[in-house]
Design a protein around this ligand. Sequence first.
Ligand code: NAD
Length: 271
Amino acid sequence: MSGRLAGEAILITGGGSGLGRAVVERFLAEGARVGVLERSPDKLARLRDDFGAEVVAVQGDVRSLDDNRRAVAATVSRFGKLDGFVGNAALWDHGAGLLATDGDRLADGFDELFAVNVKGYLLGAKAAAAELVKSQGSMIFTLSNAAFYPAGGGPLYTASKHAAVGLIRQLAYELAPKVRVNGVAPCGMASDLRGPDALGQRDLTIMDSRSPEAIRSILPLQFFPEPADFTGPFVMLASRADNRTLSGVLINADAGLAIRGIRHVAGGLDL
Ligand code: NAD
C-alpha cells in the first residue's frame, strides 16, 4: 500500500457525510485504514457498500463515552492499532441569535449542541488517548471559521468552536511528547450539517440557510469549496513523515477569511 498514510489506522467521527466522508475517502486514497463512528444508519450502510472491509463503520453517538470506546475497540480489533483520531461530528445553529432565540430554547440548544461539539470531542479524545500514546499517534479536530470570528453561526456554535480550540491546546500540552494534537478550521461548504433538535433544526441543513453564492461572496479566494477541498491539511497533520513538528497548531483552511474576517463584501470587490 502506498500513499502518505500507508499502513495507518485512523478513526473519524461523523464520517458519514460532508467533510468527514471526504476525509474518509482521502485517507483511504492515501493508504490508511479507517474507522468511522457515525450516528446515521443510512450513512453507515453507504460507507459499508462503498468501501467494504477497508472501513470499520460503527453506529453510535459521540455524546456517549461507551460508544466512543466501542469505536476505538472495533478499529483496533480490525487493524491491530490506532494511529490517529479525528474528532469531526458536530451540529450547527443556523446563526440563531441571542435576542431572536427564546431563552428556554437557547438553554436546551446549548446543552444539545455543546454535548456534540465539545463533549463529543472530549470523550473521543479520552477513548482514543491510550492507544495513541502507545502508537505515538495524532489527534485532529475539525474547527470552523467560527473558532476565530463571529458571524459564522450564532453564540452557541461560535462558543463551541472556540471551546474546541481550548481543548486542542490543553490536550497538545497534556499529551506531549507522545501525541500531536492539532485542528483544521474550514469555511462554509455544502454538507448535511444540521442543527439541534432543541432549536427545531434537526431537519434543516446548512444549505437551507446559506447559498453557495453567499458563501463564495465572503471568501477572499472567491470560490465555493467542496468538502474534498479541505482534506489536504488533515492528511498533512495525520502523516508521520510530513508532520513531526506541529502540535497545538490550528490551520485556517478558510479560503483567506483571515485577511478581512467575515465582513460581507457585497459591492466591495470587482473581480
Ligand atoms: P455533516 O452533517 O455532513 O457531517 C457531520 C456528520 O456527523 C453527519 O454524518 C452526522 O450524521 C454525524 N453526527 C452528527 N451528530 C452526531 C452524533 N451525536 N454522534 C455521531 N455522529 C453524529 O456536516 P459537515 O459540514 O461535514 O461537518 C463536519 C465538521 O465540519 C463539523 O465539525 C462542522 O462544524 C465543520 N464545519 C462545517 C462547515 C460547513 O459549512 N459545512 C464549515 C466549517 C466547519
